[in-house]
Design a protein around this ligand. Structure first.
Ligand code: NI
Length: 129
């Protein structure tokens, strides 16, 4: 509890201990829902890669085309002479989004990245068929 209070104090967040715990519980519930394979989710996939890596851009492009129903948008930024950042937005079922995310992140030449899922079952209508 003391550590939590210190964390709240240091974070400069105008929040109380109970609000902080409530937010954490919500986050945990949301994470658990995203794990359900059939959950409706939106996700951001951030990846950093070396654009000199052999065939990498072609391979990433190929994957995105094969799942074009799930890929909503891709933003590409050139970070420096060698390194690129891409943020891909996905929408679909948790299992499919996770599979595509892992496929992209495990592509040889991808330096680092992160897939972040948000459950939309309660906020969006018409996603469940
Ligand atoms: Ni680039």
């Amino acid at each position: 509890m003391q550590e939590l209070d210190t964390l709240i104090e240091q974070s400069n967040l105008k929040t109380s201990r109970s609000e902080c715990i409530r937010d954490l519980v919500r986050e945990l519930i949301d994470e658990n829902r995203c794990v359900q394979p059939d959950a409706a989710v939106v996700a951001t996939l951030t990846l950093v890669f070396d654009h000199h890596a052999h065939d990498l851009q072609e391979r990433l492009h190929e994957i995105q085309h094969s799942f074009c129903d799930t890929m909503i948008s891709t933003t590409h930024i050139h970070l420096d002479e060698h390194t690129c950042l891409e943020v891909i937005i996905l929408k679909g079922r948790a299992q499919e989004v996770q599979t595509i995310g892992l496929k992209i992140l495990s592509t040889k030449g991808v330096l680092t990245g992160k897939l972040f899922l948000t459950n939309t079952d309660d906020v969006l209508g018409g996603m469940r068929s």
